[in-house]
Design a protein around this ligand. Structure first.
Ligand SMILES: [Zn+2]
Length: 160
């Protein structure tokens, strides 16, 4: 039985996008993968998510074409990591827009710790979800650096 309405056949692209991205875990899993956290156990630890829910959400993101499930070497039994597909990488401005909205319209328990999105090409801190106001290039995984609110002094390059 479906847990909610299926919007995948709607003509409105917002409805179809929400059908894929409208789950909170999906966006938080994508955040982790962008930040280089690509394996099941560390994602589970960081999100505090159950095995069952994480397994289901990862499978849905793979089925929807946002993540690839790739075996990684150096382990005795098969282990998997998750990598962004081009479709998954295109969610970057969605995450940035959610972050900008969250910073502007919700209350942080620790207002001194903010998330910063920086353009690696020119060093400008972004004031837009999808392009750099300094060099006027699109912000993509290859030229974006995050300073996450939980550790605002540590730069995380989103480039693989
Ligand atoms: Zn720039």
């Amino acid at each position: 039985m479906a847990l909610r309405t299926n919007w995948s056949e709607q003509v409105c692209p917002i409805a179809r996008g929400v059908d894929v991205l409208g789950d909170a875990w999906a966006l938080l899993i994508l955040r982790e993968v962008f930040a280089g956290n690509r394996r099941f156990d560390p994602i589970r630890s960081d999100l505090g998510i159950s095995d069952a829910v994480l397994s289901r959400r990862l499978a849905e993101l793979v089925d929807a074409g946002l993540l690839d499930k790739v075996a990684y070497a150096g382990s005795v039994r098969p282990r998997w990591e998750y990598r962004l597909t081009p479709s998954g990488a295109d969610t970057l401005p969605v995450l940035h827009a959610v972050a900008r909205w969250g910073a502007g319209h919700t209350t942080s328990p620790d207002p001194g710790r903010i998330m910063t999105v920086r353009c690696a090409d020119c060093g400008t801190d972004a004031r837009s979800a999808d392009w750099c106001t300094g060099c006027r290039r699109p912000l993509t995984r290859s030229n974006t650096i995050w300073f996450r609110a939980r550790d605002p002094r540590t730069p995380i390059s989103l480039a693989e």
